[in-house]
Design a protein around this ligand. Structure first.
Ligand SMILES: [Zn+2]
Length: 295
């Protein structure tokens, strides 16, 4: 009898859990305070911070292209593996587009301070695994540097970052996600504008793609391995790389699904990661008295 009772409760618990996953929004700002607590339990203490930017996206894309695209892929991913999505965040590195209308470029100091305070506030609210999902190539170094700075003082949370592409789920690439021809992808090119068309087609203007050049102007002549911050402006002064003329919603949908699969695989792996938190705790303890570390 007791066994039967347990089984019934278990079934009910599963049903309640399944119901929850259908009704709880993944969006932080759409949850009530009470539902936020339930959402945290459902997300296993993970929260996503899709990191966009506001910058020119050639002649075809809206200023928030990267923010729209990364939030859409993240939202799709939460249907596979639930997590809480932090509100719109676009306070990143974009100095190289300051000469273009509509760009919002915060100071270096503020970028780091705001990211730290945002992550700290997420953690204080129970997000013990913060997943930063980069939607903008110009933020890659910032995000990786920020993740490294997490080791400066003890933390009770872990920052994970998804900054690269990568298939992630091992599935064969969908031919619908392939570019129409070589050289069309790049900043504000066919891929990015197709992605916008997957979720917000009314904001994309591929018919304007030819109004500016997205070709590499190759104005710098430096040997390989020499880096300078002006390299991007030297190559792509229109803040446009590639050609968005062939952008279409079908390609955007296929790309967004592939990205969502990659993000979902990462969320699943991060949820089950016990080694990262354990090693970080061990590291902070050892860093407090390095002379005791075995040599
Ligand atoms: Zn972009």
């Amino acid at each position: 009898m007791k066994r039967l009772f347990l089984r019934v409760s278990c079934l009910l618990a599963v049903c309640a859990g399944a119901g929850q996953s259908q009704t709880l929004s993944p969006h932080w700002g759409e949850l009530t305070a009470n539902d936020f607590v339930k959402a945290l339990a459902q997300s296993g203490g993970t929260c996503a911070l899709p990191f966009g930017i506001v910058e020119k996206h050639g002649p075809s894309g809206p200023l928030a292209t990267d923010l729209i695209d990364v939030r859409y892929a993240t939202e799709l991913a939460t249907k596979q593996s639930y997590t809480i999505i932090f509100p719109e965040y676009y306070f990143g590195q974009i100095f190289e587009a300051r000469h273009q209308p509509g760009t919002i470029a915060y100071s270096t100091k503020l970028q780091l301070e705001l990211l730290q305070e945002t992550v700290s506030e997420m953690a204080r609210n129970g997000c013990k695994k913060v997943i930063i999902i980069s939607g903008h190539g110009g933020n890659t170094n910032l995000i990786q540097f920020f993740a490294q700075t997490q080791l400066d003082t003890p933390k009770d949370y872990l920052v994970y970052a998804i900054t690269g592409g990568g298939g992630g789920n091992g599935a064969a690439p969908n031919p619908a996600a392939a570019p129409s021809k070589p050289g069309v992808d790049g900043h504000a090119g066919e891929g990015e504008i197709s992605n916008v068309m997957a979720s917000r087609p009314e904001l994309a203007h591929p018919e304007r793609a030819g109004e500016e050049s997205g070709k590499d102007q190759k104005r710098l002549d430096l040997p390989q391995g020499v880096y300078t911050g002006i390299w991007w402006y030297a190559s792509f002064p229109n803040h446009y790389q590639g050609d968005a003329a062939g952008a279409n919603a079908a390609r955007g949908k296929a790309m967004a699904e592939a990205k969502a699969n990659q993000i979902a695989a990462a969320i699943r792996a991060i949820k089950s990661d016990t080694m990262g938190p354990r090693l970080q705790k061990e590291f902070f303890e050892a860093a407090g008295h390095p002379t005791d570390t075995k040599q």
